[in-house]
Write a protein that binds this ligand. Structure first.
Ligand code: PRP
Ligand code: ORO
Length: 209
């Protein structure tokens, strides 16, 4: 089985990945979706967490061997980024969605060395907005962002185009296509659900029940 399908299977086993065509989930973008992937649950399962840690570190080593630092996207990308940075013995920092309103007023937490070659770790990519905003902040503050690694992407064409436009290679451990292939293998999606999922994919920003 491919790594993408293996990881999708683990996410289903720990109920991080859920498919519900009756009651949609609300996403950060405001979109309704019949699928939700709660990668935060990975942290509570040491064997899955170890899998993510080594997959992310291998991915970064393979695609971005010159990385000087790992940056996590707050909040869900922080823990996963730390796992990889710890294994690779690389510095870690994270970026908030907006500057903190007290204390040091930072949006970037930790140390970003001038000109550092940074790989951004995000847990999940739907529209890609959260990730791309963080990349902009890092670039505006002098980082050379080499690319992004994540746990799961929905692979929406608009997100892929936005990443390409931002000159940002994206690699993830799993994705929606692998999930659907696995769902077919395991026969966990009924014909009615398959139809609803296909409807959703054609227009994810406006889809609703
Ligand atoms: O690709 P996008 O459309 O930006 O959506 C993906 C983002 O949404 C989730 O974050 P959320 O804001 O739900 O919360 P958290 O990271 O603070 O848990 C997820 O962790 C990504 O950061
Ligand atoms: O877009 C989101 O907000 C989102 C989707 C998803 O599947 N999982 C998640 O944590 N956030």
């Amino acid at each position: 089985m491919s790594t993408q399908k293996q990881f999708a299977e683990k996410l289903l086993q720990i109920k991080a990945l859920q498919i519900n065509t009756q009651t949609p989930f609300k996403w950060a973008s405001g979109w309704n979706s019949p699928v939700y992937c709660d990668n935060r649950k990975v942290l509570s399962y040491p064997f899955v967490r170890d899998f993510v840690k080594s997959e992310l570190a291998n991915m970064i080593l393979e695609h971005f061997p010159d990385a000087d630092a790992i940056a996590g996207v707050a909040t869900a990308g922080i823990a996963h980024g730390v796992l990889a940075a710890d294994l690779m013995k690389l510095p870690f920092l994270y970026v908030r969605s907006k500057p903190k309103e007290h204390g040091m007023g930072n949006q970037i937490e930790g140390v970003l060395q001038p000109g550092a070659r940074v790989v951004v770790v995000e847990d999940l990519i739907s529209t890609g907005k959260s990730s791309l905003e963080v990349v902009e902040v890092l670039r505006a503050n002098g980082a050379e962002v080499l690319g992004m690694c994540g746990l799961f992407t929905y692979g929406f064409p608009a997100a892929d185009e936005a990443f390409a436009k931002a000159n940002l290679p994206l690699h993830t451990i799993s994705n929606y296509t692998a999930l659907m292939e696995l769902a077919e293998d395991l026969k966990i999606v009924s014909p009615e659900q398959r139809e609803k999922l296909a409807e959703w994919r054609t227009s994810p920003s406006t889809w609703s029940i």
